[in-house]
Design a protein around this ligand. Structure first.
Ligand code: NIG
Ligand code: FE
Length: 417
């Protein structure tokens, strides 16, 4: 780790490639990137002060200036992983193989495994242990170019553990280079003590847990696993409206395994994003586009569960804003591999390199309401930057499944070199 100087100059980049603006790019606009050949970036006090061609650089004060030569390298914004469950106790390797042998994901959950297995292990984990393990996971994500990450609670399903998970995220946001965006997801599953009493659990969430989360100001979003046999449309609506009334913004795990109107509900509620969407209907997709709900697709999960991929191509062609995220968690998707995510988006979802870059930067930032400060390389924004080992961002897809990150800069500081 280096980066003690408060002024950093990146120059002679083969290209700087970025979106512009503070709102998600929708539809065809996802292909509109700004590209500067032989580019330079001047960073001061953690923010981008100047961006343009190296030849046009203004005179800079060379005292206290760190210079980074990016010849032969493409420079892009740091990635935003807008959907993860990275704070958890224990692991579930055996379930991975049960699923491969044919046991459905939801059946393992019905038997008390799946999410409930991790709930048991998370409830038993010490605070310090959760922080330590989650910090190592953030290190690994940062090394792949992720500079902002969203994390969800939902492995507590009781007041104390839900709050603990969110506090872990708050601690890491302070102590780790990564920006951590906390989401409350008490409605991730129904815990054993409420088994068969989902409505009572929903009431407990609304009357006891949500108000405590809102009071402590430890979450910005509220997410619900809206799925057949988990939380119905009505239960999801009830929780998310209660959350909205307390100032938390809604997100949904929608239409993942059985399509039953999750995307439409996201549009109705004005959700910030709806995620998964493998079974989203045409009507749901159009409704999301019309209401500017970011459609977050998670191809690593589809890959690990051997499901069909979400129809990201159709979503973009219908004018929706698509984000790509990992869904990193110990069950359905124990991977936060950005290179593999890009490979799947390119080859299986048929997205263009520009669409993929947009989905992983500006649209990811919009999915966590951070597009005013990150997700693009523009004057005034945080200097959250990735330098690639190759001269073009096309290599992200072309060098299939390979990590081509050379340097990561977070708020103007070199954090991976
Ligand atoms: O997004 N679908 C529900 N929640 C997570 C999985 C959590 C787990 O299996 O532990 C998901 O895939
Ligand atoms: Fe998820």
């Amino acid at each position: 780790m280096s980066g003690t100087s408060n002024t950093l100059l990146i120059k002679h980049a083969a290209e700087i490639v970025t979106n512009t603006g503070e709102t998600a790019k929708q539809g065809a606009d996802m292909n509109r990137l700004l590209r500067i050949a032989d580019g330079a970036l001047l960073i001061k006090d953690g923010r981008i002060e100047w961006i343009g061609e190296t030849a046009a650089l203004p005179a800079v004060d060379h005292r206290d200036l760190e210079i980074l030569d990016a010849a032969g390298c493409s420079v892009i914004p740091g990635f935003v992983d807008s959907h993860t469950h990275f704070v958890f106790g224990g692991y579930r390797p055996e379930e991975f193989f049960w699923r491969l042998a044919g046991t459905p994901y939801l059946e393992i959950l019905e038997r008390g495994g799946g999410i409930l297995n991790t709930v048991q292990q998370t409830r038993a984990a010490e605070y310090a242990e959760l922080v330590q393990n989650a910090a190592k996971r953030l290190d690994a994500m940062l090394s792949m170019g992720v500079t902002t990450v969203e994390g969800k609670s939902g492995y507590g399903l009781d007041l104390a553990t839900e709050l603990r998970q969110l506090h872990v995220m708050g601690t890491l946001d302070q102590e780790h280079a990564m920006d951590v965006v906390p989401t409350f997801m008490g409605a991730h599953a129904v815990p054993p003590e409420f088994s068969g009493r989902t409505d009572d659990y929903v009431d407990y969430m609304i009357k006891t847990v949500l108000p405590a989360v809102a009071n402590q100001k430890i979450a910005e979003f509220c997410d619900v696993f809206c799925e057949k046999g988990i939380f119905s449309l009505q239960q999801t609506r009830k929780i998310l409206q209660a959350a909205q009334a307390l100032g938390l913004r809604p997100k949904l795990h929608a239409d993942e395994i059985v399509g039953f109107g999750g995307a439409e509900l996201a549009a109705e509620l004005g959700a910030v994003s709806a995620d998964h969407l493998l079974q989203a209907s045409d009507r749901g997709i159009s409704a999301m586009a019309a209401h500017s709900v970011v459609a977050t697709v998670l191809p690593l999960t589809a890959f690990c569960l051997r499901e069909e991929y979400a129809r990201a191509r159709i979503m973009i062609d219908s004018g929706a804003a698509v984000a790509l995220a990992t869904d990193y968690n110990p069950g359905s998707c124990f991977s936060h591999s950005i290179p593999m995510l890009i490979a799947l988006a390119t080859i299986q979802m048929k997205l263009s390199p520009a669409e993929i870059l947009t989905a992983l930067t500006l649209n990811g930032a919009a999915a966590v309401r951070r597009a005013d400060r990150t997700g693009t390389l523009e004057c005034g924004k945080q200097a959250d930057i990735v330098i690639l080992k190759y001269p073009s961002h096309l290599f992200l897809s072309y060098h299939a499944g390979m990590d081509i990150v050379r340097t990561v800069i977070k708020k103007g500081r070199v954090v991976v070199d």
